[in-house]
Each structure stands twice: as structure tokens, then as C-alpha cells.
Design a protein around this ligand. Structure first.
Ligand code: PGA
Length: 276
């Protein structure tokens, strides 16, 4: 299901946009990105639960995939405030975001809870987008990779290699996210993505593991998006604040896709030179 020649762009609007604001945003994003070929990119938006039904009516087609910010792990039951996979299926969601740092660190979710959600999302045919990332303190102690390993091994526990093709991972260092966030260096991002890819290959096999798209997120903006997109192992960008105006998101998408198109052309030119 995942295509690694594809570059992924996604945004989670957190607790920011009302139904009307989400609809206006999506309509603008569809219009602005209409001419950007979808054969080499996948675009998704994850609005609030209340906006999902209206979002689905915006004529998204396959231009923009729709995601939910969270999901309960039971089909139904005494879980006040939770949203069930059946409800998300009914509304037509394709992606379920699981374990965003705010769910883990503000709302107290554990790796075991994320694992239940991942498995439940797979059972119901969604693409789980599992978010992982170390805190500033964990980075300072030099245990970022240990934390990532734990979050991946527990979060994806019991997922078979055959199911792995539906997975997506977002690496988002907690210290790089949001208004107080410090953007990570490209070298740091490349190192963590390499580690994540290696861990996924160990869990699911070389091909299955390495084909799982790993997106980078945390203070991504128009200035740094192209550099992050060039880091080895970065298959997409998961963006918050800098994507919440459709014009800004469109500018980031175009900047990255133009560079990717130019480098593909260069590769093709080299290849045909060599073949002469
Ligand atoms: P940010 O948010 O881009 O505003 O740092 C990223 C996220 O929370 O996923």
C-alpha cells in the first residue's frame, strides 16, 4: 500500500479549527494543489472529530486523504468521550493518528494503549499513523534511540509483516514540536530516521520494514521543509502550525515537490548519459 517513490505531506489541526474553518481550509487546499500531480505525493489532513463528516463532503476525492486525531480501541462500550472505529468507518476516514506527543504527554497515554489502538485500526482497515519521539530530557540523557525502540516495539507489538504495509510512522521529537519547540538539525533527523528504518526492518523484514513511510514532524516550515525532505529516510513531512493556512501548506508542498522533480530529472539525465 505504501509507495516509497511517493512523498507524504500531512497536517493535524489539533484543537484549532471549527467545522466552518475546516471546510474553508480544505476547499482552499484542494483548489491550490489541484495541479500538483498525486502520482508522486500523498496529501492528508487530520481535522477535529466534529469536522470529519463535513470534511468528507468537500469533494476531497483522492486528492486529500482524511484522518482522525485519535480512536478508542473497542468497537463499542462504556468509554465516555471515546470515538469507536465503527464511527470513524461510517464517516469515511482513511488514516488514524495514534500517540501524538500531546496524547502521550498531556493526556497520559502509554505505549500499551497506542498498541491496542494500532491493532484495532488495522483490524478495521485504517492506516495507523503512529507518532513517536523522545522528550528533551530523554535526548539529554542520550537515550533517544532507546525510547524510539521502545515506542516502536511496544506500539507495533503483534502486527504481522503482512499488515505492516498499512502502517505509517511520524517521528516527532517532543522538544521540536509546537510554539516552544526548537527545530532539530538535519543531521539529527537523518540519524533518528536511519535508526527508525533499521528498527522497522528488524521488526518486519528488510523490504516490509523499510517500505513503511516515516514522516518527520516538529517545527517544519517553509524555510526548513526542503532540507528536511532531503534527509535520508525522510519519506514525508507532518506539519502543524505552518500548514494551517492553505496558502502556506501549498507553498511548502510546491517547494519540496519542485526540488524532488528537479533531482529526479537530474538522475534520469545521468542514467541516460550512462546508458549511451
Ligand atoms: P508543529 O507541530 O509543526 O507546529 O511543531 C507538529 C505536530 O504537533 O505534529
Amino acid at each position: 500500500m505504501a509507495r516509497l517513490d511517493t512523498f507524504y505531506f500531512g497536517t493535524n489541526t489539533k484543537m484549532y479549527k471549527t467545522i466552518a474553518e475546516t471546510v474553508a481550509y480544505l476547499e482552499a487546499l484542494i483548489r491550490l494543489t489541484a495541479d500538483v500531480g498525486r502520482e508522486s505525493m500523498e496529501l492528508f489532513v487530520i481535522p477535529s472529530f466534529t469536522a470529519l463528516a463535513a470534511a468528507k463532503q468537500c469533494g476531497l476525492q483522492r486528492q486529500i486523504l482524511l484522518g482522525a486525531q485519535n480512536m478508542g480501541w473497542e468497537d463499542e462500550g462504556q468509554f465516555t468521550g471515546e470515538i469507536s472505529p465503527l464511527m470513524l468507518n461510517e464517516v469515511g476516514v482513511e488514516i488514524v493518528e495514534i500517540g501524538h506527543s500531546e496524547r502521550r504527554h498531556v493526556l497520559g497515554e502509554t505505549d500499551e494503549m497506542e498498541n491496542r489502538k494500532v491493532r484495532c485500526a488495522l483490524r478495521h482497515g485504517f492506516r495507523p499513523l503512529l507518532c513517536v519521539g523522545e522528550t528533551a530530557e530523554q535526548k539529554q540523557y542520550g537515550i533517544a534511540d532507546e525510547i524510539l525502540s521502545m515506542q516502536l516495539k511496544i506500539g507495533l507489538y503483534g502486527v504481522s509483516p503482512a499488515r505492516a504495509e498499512s502502517l505509517m510512522i511520524a517521528y516527532e521529537p517532543v522538544w521540536a514540536i509546537g510554539t516552544g519547540g526548537t527545530p532539530a538539525t538535519e543531521a539529527y533527523v537523518a540519524d533518528r530516521h536511519r535508526f527508525i528504518k533499521t528498527t522497522l526492518a528488524a521488526l518486519f523484514g528488510q523490504n516490509e520494514g523499510r517500505n513503511i513511510p516515516v514522516l518527520y514532524g516538529g517545527s517544519v516550515n517553509l524555510e526548513n521543509a526542503v532540507s528536511y525532505s532531503k534527509c535520508p529516510g525522510v519519506d514525508g513531512l507532518f506539519i502543524g502550525r505552518s500548514a494551517w493556512r492553505a496558502e502556506d501548506f501549498n507553498a511548502i508542498i510546491r517547494a519540496v515537490m519542485e526540488i524532488r522533480a528537479a533531482s529526479t530529472e537530474k538522475c534520469c539525465a545521468f542514467t541516460s548519459e550512462c546508458e549511451k
